[in-house]
Design a protein around this ligand. Structure first.
Ligand SMILES: [Zn+2]
Length: 330
């Protein structure tokens, strides 16, 4: 993966290219932004550019260093993520202090192939507090020619002491046109791609999960259930929450993200309807009532966003869905 292959993140990529060209790559970076927009790919592209011997600062994509980075086996690159945590403890939901210590000692070592030392921590908001504290010393007295990249969908969940020592790069949601293009390039039917993109909230991962008849049918079904939510019996609402909390593991996580995106888009549609209704009101009594409806829709949308944050932070998934559906029902 090279910078040239990263789509839709021109600002972040340009900032990194400039820093490399000036020989001023920061010691610590946070790649912040929604899931599925290219943060991890950009982190690998950065590692390749920093370690490449053929085109230093750019990444040729062909030399031994670039190939080792792409394969994840470059001796000067270490990547810690949830997958690695689970290789050590299958039920792990957090990144451990051992992982943070590995990053710390990796960055403190001399570069093996001459360039610099790079460490990437994916889903850094899942680092335990102890693990984050273990990284602090590295951030306070960064070793020379070493760069730590923290990837986070919810960077605000990181300790303030960590955040204040990292330069933050923002990754934006991908534009719908680009998402459609990327899906179609993968051979996905244009009509399906269009429907998936409308629900994907700018995330390629979500768009991929949604872009089949089954994924879209499930999303439609969930929206229909949300429409009926206020008429549903409590026991059925709690059943639905259990269903949405879904299975554990990676497949469950992907589905969970799609469920959250569906609820968010449903809330936004409801809010838009309520706002249009309020704008169309002529009778003063009507205006008041319809504005109340807008406020209620806004509260529901806020709750959904808060829940999506909680789920990213790996709160109790069942409890989060229970609470959200009960609130949406009010
Ligand atoms: Zn290269």
């Amino acid at each position: 993966m090279s910078f040239a292959a990263i789509r839709g993140q021109t600002r972040a990529v340009d900032a990194l290219r400039r820093a490399l060209a000036r020989g001023r790559l920061p010691h610590a970076l946070i790649f912040a932004g929604p899931a599925g927009v290219g943060k991890r790919a950009t982190a690998y592209a950065l590692a390749a550019a920093a370690l490449c011997t053929e085109q230093p600062g750019v990444g040729c994509g062909r030399c031994e260093d670039c190939r080792l980075v792409a394969a994840g086996t470059h001796p000067d690159l270490v990547v810690e993520d949830l997958e690695r945590a689970r290789a050590e403890r299958p039920t792990a939901m957090l990144l451990s202090i051992e992982q943070a210590r590995r990053v710390r000692s990796h960055l403190a070592m001399r570069a093996v192939r001459g360039g610099r030392k790079i460490a990437i921590i994916d889903q850094a908001e899942r680092l335990t507090v102890d693990a984050q504290n273990a990284l602090l010393k590295t951030l306070e007295e960064p070793p020379g020619r070493a760069t730590l990249v923290l990837i986070a969908t919810n960077a605000d969940a990181l300790l303030a002491t960590i955040r204040s020592r990292c330069q933050r790069l923002l990754f934006a949601p991908l534009e719908p046109d680009l998402l459609r293009e990327l899906l179609e390039a993968e051979g996905i039917d244009p009509e399906l791609a269009g429907r998936a993109v409308a629900l994907a909230e700018g995330s390629l991962d979500r768009a991929r999960t949604l872009a089949d008849e089954e994924g879209l049918a499930q999303a439609d079904e969930l929206r229909a259930k949300l429409d009926r939510l206020r008429k549903m019996r409590l026991v059925d609402v709690l059943d639905l929450a259990g269903e949405l909390a879904g299975p554990r593991g990676e497949k469950g996580r992907a589905q969970q993200e799609v469920n959250v995106a569906t609820v968010l888009s449903w809330c936004r549609a409801e809010l838009a309807r309520a706002a249009a209704d309020a704008a169309a009101a002529t009778d003063p009594d009507d205006v008041h009532e319809r504005l109340e409806a807008v406020r209620a829709a806004l509260r529901r949308a806020e709750r959904s966003y808060a829940t999506s944050r909680e789920l990213e932070r790996n709160a109790n998934v069942h409890l989060a869905w229970d609470r959200l559906l009960l609130e949406l029902r009010e």
